[in-house]
Design a binder for this molecule. Sequence first.
Ligand code: LFR
Length: 487
Amino acid sequence: TRELTLAAVDLGASSGRVMAARVGPERLDLTEVHRFPNRPVRTAGTLHWDVLGLYAGVLDGLRAAGRETDGVDGIGIDSWAVDVGLLDADGALLGNPVHYRDARHATAVPAVHAAVPPAELYRVSGLQHLPFNTVFQLAALRGTARFAAARQALLVPDLLAYWLTGARVAEVTNASTTGLLDATTRQWATGLLDRLDLPRDLLAGLVQPGEEIGRLTAEVRGETGLGEVPVVAVGSHDTASAVVGVPARDERFAYVSCGTWSLVGVELEEPVLTEASRAAGFTNELGVDGTVRYLHNVMGLWLLQESLRTWTAAGLPADLADLLAAAARVPAFTAVVDVDDPRFLPPGDVPARLAQACAETGQTPPQSQVETVRCIVDSLALAYRRTVRTAVELSGRQVDVVHLVGGGARNALLCQLTADACGRPVLAGPVEAAALGNALVQARALGALGGGLGEMRRLLRATQALVEYRPSGSAAAWDAAEARLAR
Ligand code: LFR
């Protein structure tokens, strides 16, 4: 084994980054070589991703990685899930991918459920019902000229890998978020596709994390100055890579992958496809090395991000660090909301929606920006508490520690409240869990590491700075807050 330099492309809902990782049996260093904004664009009533802008950012980042290192040995790409680009018969992109927060996807839910009842959809795909799952997105596109011209639908990381290499694949961890993958056989659910009148060959052939997708094309080599570097399939769903990046010691852990969304759950070997699991809104997404990410989508830092955006637009001060510091000093639980309420999904005035939700549950709405921030952080911790408890109940997996990874690990108030709410220690970090998980899977595929997830996590524990938060306070206060939202 030798040390390798890997480019990890990690695209989030508000920014993309290209990181250069140096990985060997005792080494794991990450340097950010390029960061670029990801700005959704609304045209003619539809919210899109500017995917060519993102691709340009990826090329810039690869060029920077080549410049700032002694040579790039591999490239891996991860991003958010569910959204697809449609390709025509020539392989050309048919319009920009539609953003999962676009309201149109939900209009197809009744038709899909009429063709395949929700309980049956869950038994096959094991996916939490979210109105933007790819299955609903594709159903909403049926009947459009674009869909009639489409021959293939590629998830965002697969689309970028196609442009880099010319190879069209469907990486399996992200494929598991479409609602069209069979959670038991781990193959495309052709029966579902047939019943939904979706062409079977719309979806590309599946590949596993660790497989080589292809090598950079001559065009991309010219653009980036890199050589014939392999693009390696990683957990191309960012959450799958982030779970690889959880520095767990053994299997008795829960995780909160905390970015725009908070993905809260446990790692299992087999899916849980029971009716109770469906009712609780738990998903069985696939992880690296055949694992199951048994988790629930909690609305996440989006609530803070979108509040800041609203305040900035109104000319109000909106420095997150200042607001969080002040929020730590105001009383807890003045008002709490159910963050999973679908009213918070679309872009817009989140503070006004929070106030409305408080009023509807008989609580005095937050009276200031600081109180609004406190309401969000308390409510997130409350949701993590309920979700960890339910994950334990439904899976039977015992949990000694909660790992909080992603950008939220920088939020000390949220980390402490999560420890208090869950009644368990929280180990916070790494912030860049997804990029680290991306690089680790490449490193193993290219021979710089041996072993399984346990070995990767040992290396994470040996190299990454983590902060521990001990639980404090009383469970009774959290029980009372939870009771206010009893559904
Ligand atoms: C997190 C994430 C979630 C997915 C959501 C939408 O970045 O990938 O796992 O549910 O974005 O794609």
